[in-house]
Design a protein around this ligand. Sequence first.
Ligand SMILES: Cc1cc2nc3c(=O)[nH]c(=O)nc-3n(C[C@H](O)[C@H](O)[C@H](O)COP(=O)(O)OP(=O)(O)OC[C@H]3O[C@@H](n4cnc5c(N)ncnc54)[C@H](O)[C@@H]3O)c2cc1C
Length: 368
Amino acid sequence: MPDVYEKVAIVDPSPGKGTSWVAAGMLAAVTEAYYGEELELHLNMAAANLWKSFAETLSEKSGIDIGYRQVGTLVVAGGNDDRSYIRELYDYQTSLKLNVEWLSASEVRELVPQLAPSVRGAMLAADDYQVDPRLVVKALTQIITAKGYSLLPTRATSVISDSKGNSRGSAGNSFRIILEAGNDLHADKIIVCTGPWISQLNGLPRFVSSAVRPVKGEIVRLAAFDSSLLPAHTIRGITNGRSIYMVPRADGTLVIGATMEEKGFDTAVRSGAVFDLLRDARALLPITAELSFQETIAGLRPATPDNGPIVGSIDESGGLIVAAGHYRNGVLLAPITAVAVNALIQSDEKGVPQEVIPFSPSRLERIA
Ligand SMILES: Cc1cc2nc3c(=O)[nH]c(=O)nc-3n(C[C@H](O)[C@H](O)[C@H](O)COP(=O)(O)OP(=O)(O)OC[C@H]3O[C@@H](n4cnc5c(N)ncnc54)[C@H](O)[C@@H]3O)c2cc1C
């Protein structure tokens, strides 16, 4: 990505501590492919293809290993009904020519001996990898600080457009950003990337600000004293009709998630949610009952009416850019969103990846 930006400020009261801090870090283009979401699938696949070089660049520039692991994902069936459901999903994903393989109960237990003997079979998505989102935001913060960009630890309350001309006196808009800390910023280009909190920023068109709603998800983190006790693969599964995933990290942490609840901006961790996750985790992977308890946390997925992200400019000058609404796949979508936003900042419409174009904000006017 060319370094063309003269002066950059990042306004955020707690950078890197939003939803991205909570996320499990699955790069799950294939196992997140659902019926009727073919546009999202093309976008997710394109994003997954960018991850290897994105991870290498982040690690190289920050000196931080961000935990990008090319280990593959299994979707395991806890019972016969769960097996039928996953088998249907497998047939659908095969029809889309995705790289999935069906494994019988004995084949999957041979691959992952830690699984419960009751597991009825599984689908292997060998190309669905993982990364550690906490290390990704740490690396990004380190890189932007080293570049000398300002990090302003406050909230933006409003964005105001001034159509008289930009700050260099040429045609085009400039913008004023009102900060909670009391002062204003002026900019020719603004990227609004406030995750699930976009509705709380004044001055945006209603079809954008009202399009994102928070969907709560709880996560439990356990730890093994020896990482070889954990499976190498990410284990997604269905047991008694309920979905669960377990993401093993190289340091012996196991990230278990996640609930899906529509409760506004509430991020309290519900004891019943933790119980459900631990029960279902143990049903598929009994070793979880022996691990030590590390953390529970809840985050807010930025969801949109069609489950797709919102990436594009929303004013005539092209200077007011939105990158939000990434719902369940914001970590996966980070590199392709960066490519699109970089092109939009430079008014290079052709540089926006074609898979991103269906997710422009203007579509929301039609579905609002
Ligand atoms: C439980 C759970 C598990 C998930 N697992 C995965 C996964 O495995 N893989 C995956 O790809 N995705 C996953 N996601 C989704 C992913 O976390 C999100 O899509 C992604 O983190 C959204 O990133 P973001 O940068 O838009 O938002 P955030 O990470 O929330 O960042 C938004 C930032 O904006 C700041 N902000 C908000 N309002 C203002 C304001 N007015 N002024 C200034 N700053 C402001 C916040 O402080 C925050 O730092 C998961 C989400 C949850 C909740």
